[in-house]
Write a protein that binds this ligand. Sequence first.
Ligand SMILES: Nc1nc2c(ncn2[C@@H]2O[C@H](COP(=O)(O)OP(=O)(O)O)[C@@H](O)[C@H]2O)c(=O)[nH]1
Ligand SMILES: [Mg+2]
Length: 262
Amino acid sequence: MSKNDNIQAMPVKHFLDDPVDLTIVIPCLNEAENIVGILDSVRDVVQGQPFTTEIVVVDDKSDDNTYDLAMQWGEENKDVLLIRVIRRSLHRRGYGAAVRYGTAHGHGRYCIFVSADAVDPIQLIPQLYEEMEKGATLAQCSRYLIPGHDKTIPFKYKFFQFFFRRGVRIVLGQQIPDSTYAFKMFRRRETLGVGLSQNRFSISPEITFKSILVGGNIKYIPGAQGVRVYGVSKFIFHKEGIGYGYCLLRTFLHRFNLVYWF
Ligand SMILES: Nc1nc2c(ncn2[C@@H]2O[C@H](COP(=O)(O)OP(=O)(O)O)[C@@H](O)[C@H]2O)c(=O)[nH]1
Ligand SMILES: [Mg+2]
C-alpha cells in the first residue's frame, strides 16, 4: 500500500457493511432424517434474539431428499427467518469445501457452522455472539474446559485429539483447548480474507490457527456435544490425518516466518 492510499477515507463504507449479523452454515450430506429437526432447533434458538440471522444450508447432492426437505422448510419458514438452500454442483469435495462455500455465500458479520446431526450445543449461539460483539476474533466452543463435557466424544477422537493437542502446543507454543471442534463463531469476511483452503474436516483447526496467527482475540466457551441419533458420520479417520498434519506444518512455518500460509 502506498503512502497516499487511504482506504478509511473512501466514501463507500455502507457498501462494505454486511446486512446480516450472523450467518449459520449447515452443511449436509445425506441428512434427511436430521435436517428438519436441526432447522427447527436453530430457528427456536435465534428467534427473539437481538441480532439478525440467516441460515445457509449447503447440500452436496445428497442421495436422499435432504435438499427437498430443506427447501420445503425454507418455504414454510421464509417469513420467520432468512434461509438459503444451496445444492452444490461440484461433486462432494468434503466438509471443508461445503462450509467454505456456504461462508462465502453468506452476508453476516459473523459466521458459525452447525452440524445437521444435532450434536452441537446450539443454545450457546447467543453467548458466542455476545463474545464477538465484545471484540473477540473467534469464539471457540471447547469440550475440554469443564470435566465431564468430553464424555460424549468417541474414544478414537479423544485418542487422536490427545496427540494433536501436543502438536498444537509445539507449533503454536501455547495450549489450545479443542481447536478441532467445528463449533466456533468467527468474523466471516476477515476469516475468508486469510484464505481458507482445507477441503475436509481440518478446516476447523485451520480457522482457529489462522485466528491465532493474525494475533486475534480468542475466547474459549465451555460446551458439550450430543451424540448422533440418525444417519452416519462422514468422518473417515485415515483420510483426515493428512489435512490435520498439513495445518500443523503450515502453522509452524508461518509462525517462524519460514513460509507464509496467508
Ligand atoms: N455438504 C456436505 N456436508 C458434509 C460433508 N461431510 C460432512 N458433512 C456434514 O457436516 C456435518 C458434520 O459431519 P459428520 O459426518 O457428522 O462429522 P462428525 O461429527 O465428525 O462425525 C454433518 O451435517 C454432515 O452432513 C460433505 O462432504 N458435504
Ligand atoms: Mg457429527
